[in-house]
Design a protein around this ligand. Sequence first.
Ligand SMILES: Cc1cc2nc3c(=O)[nH]c(=O)nc-3n(C[C@H](O)[C@H](O)[C@H](O)COP(=O)(O)OP(=O)(O)OC[C@H]3O[C@@H](n4cnc5c(N)ncnc54)[C@H](O)[C@@H]3O)c2cc1C
Ligand code: FES
Length: 275
Amino acid sequence: MPAPPDDARSQRCELIAVERCGADGVRIVVRPEERLPRLRGARFFMLRREDDLSPRIPRPFSLYRQEGDTLEFLVKVMGRGTRALAASRPGDALRLVGPLGNGWPDFEPDRAIVMLAGGIGSAPFFVGVKDALVAGVLAADVTLIYGAASAGYLYDFERFEELGVRVLAATDDGSRGFHGNVLQCLAAEQEAGRIPDDARLYACGPGPMLRAVERHARAAHVEAWVSLEELMGCGVGICNGCPVPTRPDGPLGSWGNAKCCVEGPVFSVDAVTLV
Ligand SMILES: Cc1cc2nc3c(=O)[nH]c(=O)nc-3n(C[C@H](O)[C@H](O)[C@H](O)COP(=O)(O)OP(=O)(O)OC[C@H]3O[C@@H](n4cnc5c(N)ncnc54)[C@H](O)[C@@H]3O)c2cc1C
Ligand code: FES
């Protein structure tokens, strides 16, 4: 049975800063009691305040940035859990469980890569871009297409631009960058010859976007991985609250469902069926 990663632990951390970000987001910087080694992009943590303002069940968040002994999260304020985190103040105590999940697969420098981010789905790409560069992928071969309904939901866009790779904005209302969604932007870039047709795809964002990426990857016969943001109860494989249907002919097909928390959140589109 899939188990939580060996390096996962539960620990207290001190909240260092909370800053507004975009139309409805916050950046949360925390310092865990125990310093963590460098982590790969798309791994995640379960996070809650230690007091009763947070629901008892912690919420999952991708690692956004890691600097020295601090971790940073990019949080879209949705409901009770994220509102409680956003209302925290420096010095507050948070409970952190992780690092959890598998993270992006090893990046290989033999081919161009395209990262497709939808709204808050950009969070796992900051470290992801750095991982790709460390793995030897040339900066010119990395494109991040960052899409959102409108410019206000492109959280921390300028920071992504500072990573030194191509970063393109795509907005549904045309308020910033390409007027359209991330796949339309990808098609336009490929038509213009700026991105090769066989580029590997990595995507994180809302369900409809990921299903479109899955369909596109299948039709175009390109390799693609998606990082899923399923609702989660425990994050460590116990509650069965995060099933993802597997493809019977795929590498996980011997079981009908995979557990997103311990077998994901990153899956090859050959392994799962997005519903
Ligand atoms: C592996 C993983 C990584 C994630 N990384 C991030 C991240 O970096 N930043 C971030 O802001 N969020 C991230 N999420 C999503 C985040 O966990 C949820 O937004 C959060 O749990 C909402 O908690 P809440 O108590 O504020 O909202 P709730 O009160 O639980 O829900 C409020 C409303 O939002 C809906 N909702 C809750 N979670 C989701 C979801 N995942 N997708 C769509 N609708 C949802 C609920 O159905 C409800 O309608 C991640 C999720 C996973 C599984
Ligand atoms: S969240 Fe509990 S099993 Fe995945």
